[in-house]
Each structure stands twice: as structure tokens, then as C-alpha cells.
Design a protein around this ligand. Sequence first.
Ligand code: DGL
Length: 258
Amino acid sequence: MIGVFDSGSGGLSVLKEIIRLLPDEQYVYFADNAFCPYGEKTAAEIRSRAHVITDRLLAEGAGIIVVACNTATAAAIADLRESYPDIPFIGMEPAVKPAAIGTRTGVIGVLATAGTLKGSKYLNTKGKYEDDVKIVEHVGQGFVELVEACDLDSPKAEEIVRESVTPLLAECADTIVLGCTHYPFLAPVIQRIAGDDVTVIDPAPAVARQTVNVMQQRGLLPAPLPEPAGTKEAPKVKLLSSGASANLERLFQTLLIH
Ligand code: DGL
């Protein structure tokens, strides 16, 4: 069983990509929505939540845990790996590398939470590429709240998204990295505002591939993968949350349809 968690519903964008590769697996997803957003919380607070959630996912039977949250990855993954040495943890990677390779203007934009942007993981990655490309950052102010409210394409959502995307376009960014797992839910609005010439990168497919690789290395999956059973059954996902779950269910269903 694969355990996945996030501060809220954002990690469903990662879960979806893992399900695409492993449709026959069983999943347990924990949305920490009573403590959402993580973006402005201290690293110590997030680490403490990550431990509580990990214990819960392990109790549910998870054999691997995907930290489907850039902010929690930045704050807690090193600590989790140390505290649970037998459990593989997969974290989010800011997709600066593919953006740096693909940019034509030499300017890439990164949208993420404040916690992610000041984390050492992001700063190290950025350090590798900033001699070659200009990296412009912006916090997606209000994005997490929109997604948690399931408001993905209203005039209000468009206005809020425009506020954070416009400064990146003003600097001539032609590639925008989504550095928070909530943001892919707003990707259609981001793309509409940015225009067709701008590439929007979601790291979730790469994280899903990494999940498969690590499971194969640990003997949790055969290599190569067998053909999926091809049943039309809905994926087996248990949804858990620390707060209200109505919007979580709604977003999950929305994702499955798209
Ligand atoms: N989805 C999360 C991330 O990837 C957390 C957003 C938040 O709770 O602020 O960073």
C-alpha cells in the first residue's frame, strides 16, 4: 500500500500521476486540512505534523510514503528518513532542471510557497542553474486557499492567479515551474493567463516515476512492471483527513474525471 500526504488536497495532483502508472495498487491519502496551509508555518511545526501523519499512514499499512507536498518535503523529509530508516520516502523535486533546459528566453519563473522558496533543497537546486538562467520566484498568494475551496476557475480565481503570474511574465519568463502540489489544479487558469508560448511544468509525473523506481529497487514492485490488469474499476484509494473532507472528495472525483 502506498501512503501519500499533503497539507490538504494538493497532493491529489501527485496521487493522480502515481495511479496512472500503478492503477492496480492500493492507496491511502492523508490531507492535513485542519492544519492547512503549511506555507507560512515553521519547519518545526511541519515536522511534527509529518510525524503524526506518517504514524497514521504506517498504521493503515503503507509500505512507502510519498510526501506530496513541496513545503513538507523541504521542512521534514530529511528528518522523516532519519526517524523511520526502514521506510522509503519520496519527496517533491522543484522542476528547475527541465525548465532551465527548455527555456528559450533564458528566464524561468517558479511559483511556490514561502516555505519551499527558503528551503535548502530549493536553494541548492536553484544554485546549480542560476549562472545559466535567470530564475524569478513568486509565492502563489491565495492559490492554496482557492484549491481547498474547490474554486478552480471562477473570475475570483483568475484575478488571484493573475496577481502572481503577471510579475513572472513581466520578467519575460517563458517557462513556469509549479513548485507546490496545489498549483496544478489551477494550471488551466495559469496557462490561459500566461498564453500558449509559456510552458507550465508540473513535477508530479517525474515524482510518480521516481516512486515506481524506488519501489522496484526495494523489491516492492516487479521490474519490469506487468501490464495493468485493465479493469475499469475505480482506483482503491482510502481518503483520510484531519479536518472536513467534503471538498477533498470533490477534488478527488474532479481529478479522476480529467
Ligand atoms: N501543497 C503544498 C506544497 O506543495 C503545501 C501548500 C500549503 O499548505 O501551503 O507546498
